[in-house]
Write a protein that binds this ligand. Structure first.
Ligand SMILES: C[S@@+](CC[C@H](N)C(=O)[O-])C[C@H]1O[C@@H](n2cnc3c(N)ncnc32)[C@H](O)[C@@H]1O
Length: 122
């Protein structure tokens, strides 16, 4: 199983629903603290369930959420379908974002799941 498949399911990494909620609330608050202005366009790449993305979106003009796992994106689309400031993107679709249009890119707790160059080749 690769990491994308691992995250494309319910995982046991949170000890409880409360743990998960607190985790995502902390992340959202940290991201909000980094938003440079209410007009900012923000990308959260490898966002996971981003349970408090609506709070982030309330502090910027557009929030792109992108995650490699289809199940994660499905849940994001369902949760935030009525929020006009939030757009859920596949990782391929991220390249469609206009050059130099992003004011903040968040990549939190993702890099450790990316293959190294040598393992990507094998
Ligand atoms: C540990 S979670 C981090 C979620 C969130 N950023 C946080 O800090 O709680 C890692 C997330 O990265 C996603 N992911 C894994 N590989 C990825 C890739 N190559 N590109 C984009 N997302 C990826 C997984 O689907 C998972 O939702």
């Amino acid at each position: 199983m690769n990491w994308r498949d691992y995250w494309n399911q319910d995982t046991p990494i949170y000890t409880s629903e409360r743990h998960k909620l607190l985790h995502y609330r902390l992340i959202a608050n940290d991201i909000i603290g980094l938003i440079p202005s209410p007009e900012a366009i923000v990308l959260d790449y490898g966002c996971g369930e981003a349970l408090f993305a609506d709070r982030i979106a309330a502090k910027c003009s557009r929030l792109y959420l992108s995650d490699a796992a289809p199940l994660v994106r499905e849940r994001l689309n369902e949760r935030f379908k009525d929020n006009e400031r939030i757009t859920v993107l596949s990782t391929d679709d991220v390249s469609d974002i206009a050059d130099a249009s992003l004011d903040l890119i968040v990549v939190n707790s993702l890099v450790q799941y990316l293959p190294s160059t040598s393992s990507a080749r094998s």
